[in-house]
Design a protein around this ligand. Structure first.
Ligand SMILES: C[S@@+](CC[C@H](N)C(=O)[O-])C[C@H]1O[C@@H](n2cnc3c(N)ncnc32)[C@H](O)[C@@H]1O
Length: 318
């Protein structure tokens, strides 16, 4: 993971290495003169590869909820002029963001879910348990819920269930109890040490014990799973027939959401198995391109360890 030093506000200088770059471009099956939508532009690594492809595509509509990342992408990709179309916003609202720019259909959509290295490594975002920062975790600095609010105001049951559900953390209830005892909790470092005191760390354990709780809070703050569902549906609505949708996910909750959606939209019948004949009249909207998920090569994982959990799924609009 590239890291080139922080600027005065701690948000600049961290660069994100795009994951599964060659595989993504390949699965998008780019068409000459096509219009593509990058729903999670970040610093623009994937957008850049799409814009550099030959024969050239027409344009990339580049969405991100984090205006700080999108600005970085904009200056990086300024050389592509009007072919790079930045659109700050939530990818779940992609239909409206596209329509505002006169786009009613696209030839491909990419969703590279989650957070970037820039976000996790910049203390101002409050996403890291390794670098102390304010308990924020919002991609969108104007978003109305912060991790600080959740940690300091939810009751024990709500907090414990959230950590169990979104972090898949079996000790969620014990962690919630300790957080409530330790209130007020203002920084990521303070939260990480409360979690560490509950879970301890086995000798040789590679994964920080706070990982799951931090994941849970980030998902809740940014309403990530419902955005994934809404975003997938919006993408299918926007794709032209034959257009591709490529999704890269980084944890099992995201990947399961994507898999269930793709299977449902690709099914020819959704009747209960007990019915002797089909009565649902389901018309599939998608064809699954890769039944087996595509994962990074061992070389990629070695050179960019943060890619290790990535799973890519691709579908085609019928
Ligand atoms: C893994 S990074 C993308 C990195 C990018 N592909 C690149 O190569 O630089 C995920 C990005 O998605 C953005 N994001 C997360 N949820 C979003 C949402 N609901 N709508 C738009 N962007 C979102 C984050 O702000 C982050 O920049």
């Amino acid at each position: 993971m590239g890291r080139t030093g922080h600027g005065p506000d701690g948000n600049f200088g961290v660069s994100h290495r795009p994951v599964l770059l060659t595989e993504t471009v390949h699965q998008l099956a780019l068409q000459e003169g096509g219009t593509y939508l990058d729903g999670t532009t970040g610093e623009g690594g994937h957008s850049e590869a799409i814009l550099q492809s030959e024969p050239p595509v027409k344009a990339v509509l580049a969405i991100d909820r984090d205006p700080r990342s999108l600005e970085a992408a904009q200056s990086r990709l300024a050389g592509f002029g009007g072919r790079f179309l930045p659109a700050p916003g939530n990818y779940a609202d992609m239909a409206g963001l596209a329509a505002e720019r006169g786009i009613t259909g696209v030839d491909g959509v990419l969703l590279d879910l989650g957070f970037s290295s820039r976000q996790i490594e910049s203390p101002g975002y409050g996403m890291s348990f390794q670098i102390d920062g304010p308990l924020d975790m919002r991609y969108d600095p104007l978003g109305d819920l912060t991790a600080e609010e959740i940690v300091n105001t939810y009751d024990e049951r709500e907090l414990g269930q959230l950590i169990r559900r979104y972090g898949e953390e079996p000790r969620g209830m014990s962690i919630a109890r300790a957080i409530i005892k330790g209130r007020p909790v203002a920084t990521t470092g303070q939260l990480a040490s409360i979690i560490g005191a509950v879970l301890g760390r086995r000798p040789g354990q590679r994964i920080n014990p706070a990982t799951k709780t931090f994941q849970a809070l980030r998902i809740a703050v940014n309403d990530e799973l419902s955005n994934v569902e809404r975003g997938l549906d919006a993408a299918v609505g926007l794709l032209v027939p034959g257009g591709r949708l490529v999704v890269i996910s980084y944890h099992s909750l995201e990947d399961r959401t994507v898999k269930v959606f793709f299977n449902r939209e690709a099914a020819t019948c959704v009747c209960p198995p007990s019915l002797p004949v089909c009565v649902c009249g389901q018309t599939p909207r998608l064809k699954i391109i890769n039944r087996r998920v595509i994962k990074p090569s061992s070389e990629e994982v070695q050179s960019n360890p943060r890619s290790r959990s990535a799973k890519l799924r691709a579908v085609q609009r019928i």
